[in-house]
Design a protein around this ligand. Structure first.
Ligand code: C2E
Ligand code: MG
Ligand code: MG
Length: 710
């Protein structure tokens, strides 16, 4: 009976799949014993297709899919190539659709095939059993029926699309059908001259022959294995093999019945899918998933010693952006080839994705062994790459991990290796860095803080303290420095040292700086409403990264306009280091603000390496002397003559340039007096005031007004 694929195969994602499947099985593949209409058949295939699709989720058990295969066989789809064609349709469809990951697809197809074969075997044995029963009955009475049954078994045996064979307990092959014989390139009679043991294959699992012997001893009734055979033309034929023990009436083992399904195509497909699932398409290296499997296995074995190199090409994005993706891809291919060429046997080189590679180094618990490997890999980049006429000098940075180093999982270990690689980048690229557990612990909380930052900005967890800056002459509060703090819901109040540079690294510094500036300007306006010309200048710290943002200038101007504070009531502080990184357009932005009357201060002066002459070229008003300078004049005994001399000349030079000098971290009266004697203008420090909330500044201002009799 033939039936065509047609409309009505149902809606939904599997309609197309059902149509293809129906077409593939549309002719002569179904046993006609149990009739089924074309519509019923389509309904069945639709249901099976849906079931298959629904199993796409990885890590789910595959029994349901095996059951789908079984259902196909139980519905008497037992003809030649039913399984093969079904697998081909399913595999082609889902590979195209991309809805099931390659590895999962291979798993599902395997489960489907197993389920099908299991059910098919059951069906065939039932047939065989009915023949045997009939035989016994026939011996007593109806010879006619015996002949009919026998004919039926013969028909099943010879016509089945699946190879079948019968052998005796000594392993002699008694009978095979054409399907089995031709699968291996023989005539049935030729195969009957062989013994089962003649069909061994180098790929045979040693356990398989153990199982066969156990079956012959009657310990099992059925064995199912995947087995390779050698075809007469030399190629390998992969099969799904079912061996069943047939017993006589008294239960003694009599024959073995084998059912053999040629799964070579499916096997090759599975190998291909497996390869694809574990290798990177571009470089051919093992991919992330294969690497993680290997690392997880190494990790799970407490006796295994291993090291890890995490490699990242330096400035790869620049290559891509400058020369295009074709050159970028070629660079990755060549880099992969160089890494692979330098790896020793046993070392696994894989591509993690992008321009990141990893090497698993076995037997390397000591860091110097792994560092040696890292150096070998760095040497691989010594020569330039020749790509499409470009001579590219590319270096790499490597993070080196030796052993587990207290990490709880392979994932954590990999994360640490990645972090270590960034240390190598931070140290100047083109080198390796070795993991350091203390630094790792510090950076771990950094990663957590970094992740919590957007929420903190959105939930107003940042607030400001103000530290007064006083005139050294009369100790009047002339300015306040705004100092940001983070009230973290679990960690309590965090200081800027714990999160400001993090915000600079993770790109949140713009939003952070904007909040600080707005808050400071608002507070300043409130003070101005109450204290008018006695309002202190508000001094706000700014990072180089903020100034480098092209939108920063506009934002500052907008905040000034919106809050309506006088520009000369605002001061911006950039550290000496920040100034060293500020040139070109960002420096111009500072000039624009300075021209508008905003004070610009160089913060922590004396900690960087800037040339004093360079000070004259900056749009400056104030130089803030860094704490370490002030600390050297703690007691009358301590100051070395040179230190004081340096201090004196800085103050002189600063004044010569027309700048005001503020001393930071003034903690003792002695320091204040010496600074005043040296001509320093203003000071800030615990001697005068600790940082305090805005309302305390208000109180201080109000108290001053009272003492001044206003
Ligand atoms: P800075 O601008 O040099 O700020 C002065 C720091 O010295 C403050 O630390 C202050 O509390 C501390 N200090 C003040 N007087 C004394 C003293 O007498 N002795 C000692 N030992 N320390 C004193 P804080 O608040 O932890 O700020 C640290 C740094 O964080 C600041 O250094 C500044 O560079 C940065 N920062 C603070 N707020 C912001 C901000 O809103 N944006 C940016 N970009 N950076 C900020
Ligand atoms: Mg400051
Ligand atoms: Mg400072």
């Amino acid at each position: 009976m033939g039936w065509e694929a047609g409309p009505g195969s149902g809606d939904g994602p599997s309609a197309d799949l059902t149509a293809r499947w129906t077409a593939a099985l549309s002719d002569g593949h179904r046993d006609h014993v149990v009739p089924m209409s074309a519509a019923e058949a389509r309904m069945l295939l639709t249901r099976l297709a849906r079931g298959f699709e629904n199993a796409a989720e990885p890590d789910e058990p595959t029994e349901q899919v095996a059951e789908l295969g079984a259902e196909l066989a139980r519905s008497h789809f037992v003809g030649d190539e039913v399984l093969g064609r079904s697998l081909a349709v399913l595999s082609a469809y889902f590979t195209e659709a991309g809805t099931i990951a390659a590895e999962r697809l291979a798993q599902l197809l395997g489960a489907f095939a197993n389920g099908y074969i299991r059910a098919f075997r059951a069906w065939l044995l039932a047939e065989q059993e009915s023949v045997r029963t009939a035989e016994i009955a026939a011996r007593r009475a109806v010879t006619e029926q015996l002949r009919a049954s026998d004919a039926r078994l013969r028909a099943v045996f010879t016509q089945a699309g699946i190879g079948t064979g019968l052998s005796d307990m000594s392993g002699r092959i008694l009978e095979v059908n054409t399907a089995f014989a031709s699968m291996l390139g023989y005539e049935p009679e030729q195969m009957c001259e062989l013994a089962v043991t003649d069909l061994t294959h180098p790929e045979d699992d040693p356990d398989m022959w153990e199982l066969y012997l156990a079956l012959l001893r009657g310990e099992h009734d059925n064995v199912q294995v995947e087995k390779a055979y050698r075809h007469r033309d030399g190629r390998t034929v992969w099969t799904n093999l079912n061996v069943s023990l047939i017993r006589d009436e008294r239960g003694r083992p009599q024959y073995t019945l084998v059912l053999v399904e040629d799964i070579s195509e499916w096997h090759a497909l599975r190998e291909r899918l497996h390869y694809r699932a574990h290798h990177d398409q571009l470089t051919g290296l093992p991919n992330r998933s294969k690497f993680i499997d290997a690392l997880t296995a190494a990790f799970a074995d407490p006796a295994a010693a291993f090291g890890l190199c995490y490699i990242d090409l330096d400035h790869f994005k620049l290559v891509n952006d400058t020369f295009g993706h074709a050159v970028g891809d070629e660079l990755l291919i060549q880099a992969a080839a160089r890494l692979r060429a330098r790896a020793r046997p046993g070392q696994l080189v894989a591509r993690m994705g992008g321009d990141e590679f990893v090497i698993l180094v076995p037997q390397a618990n000591a860091s110097d062994r792994t560092a040696e490997v890292a150096q070998t890999m760095l040497d691989a980049f010594a020569k330039p790459f020749d790509i499409q006429g470009h001579h590219l000098n590319v270096s790499a940075s490597v993070g080196v991990m030796a052993g587990r180093a207290d990490h709880r999982s392979a994932d954590e270990l990999l994360q640490a290796a990645d972090t270590t690689m960034y240390w190598a980048k931070a140290a100047g690229r083109g080198r390796y860095a070795i993991f350091d557990a203390d630094r790792g612990r510090r950076e771990h909380t950094r990663a957590e803080l970094s992740a919590a930052m957007p929420a903190a900005l959105a939930r107003d967890e940042l607030f400001l303290d103000y530290q007064p800056i006083v005139a050294l002459g009369d100790q009047r509060m002339v300015a306040v420095e705004a100092l940001v703090r983070w009230r973290h819901p679990e960690l309590g109040v965090l200081t800027p040292a714990q999160f400001v540079d993090l915000a600079e690294d993770n790109g949140h510094i713009g939003a952070l700086g904007a909040q600080v500036l707005e808050r400071a300007c608002h507070d300043s306006r409130d003070w101005h409403t109450r204290f008018h010309e006695h309002t202190p200048i508000v001094s706000v710290n700014v990072s180089a990264a903020e100034v480098a943002d092209p939108t920063w200038l506009d934002r500052v101007q907008r905040v000034i306009a919106e809050t309506g504070i006088a520009p000369d009531r605002l001061q911006l502080e950039l550290t000496e280091r920040a100034f060293m990184h500020t040139t070109g357009r960002p420096l111009q932005a500072l000039r624009t603000l300075a021209e508008a009357g905003i004070h610009i201060a160089i913060d922590d002066f004396g900690t960087g390496y800037s040339n004093l002459a360079y000070l004259g070229q900056l749009p400056l008003d104030v130089v803030k002397l860094a704490g370490p300078f002030i600390r050297c004049i703690r007691t009358p005994e301590s100051p070395g003559a040179t230190d004081l001399l340096v201090l004196e000349s800085i103050i002189e030079l600063t004044h010569a340039l027309g700048y005001t000098l503020t001393a930071e971290c003034v903690e003792t009266r002695y320091q204040a007096d010496r600074l005043a004697a040296l001509g320093c203008d203003t000071a800030q420090g615990w001697l005068f005031h600790r940082p305090m909330p805005a309302h305390r500044v208000t109180d201080l201002l109000a108290a001053t007004r009272v003492t001044m009799g206003e």
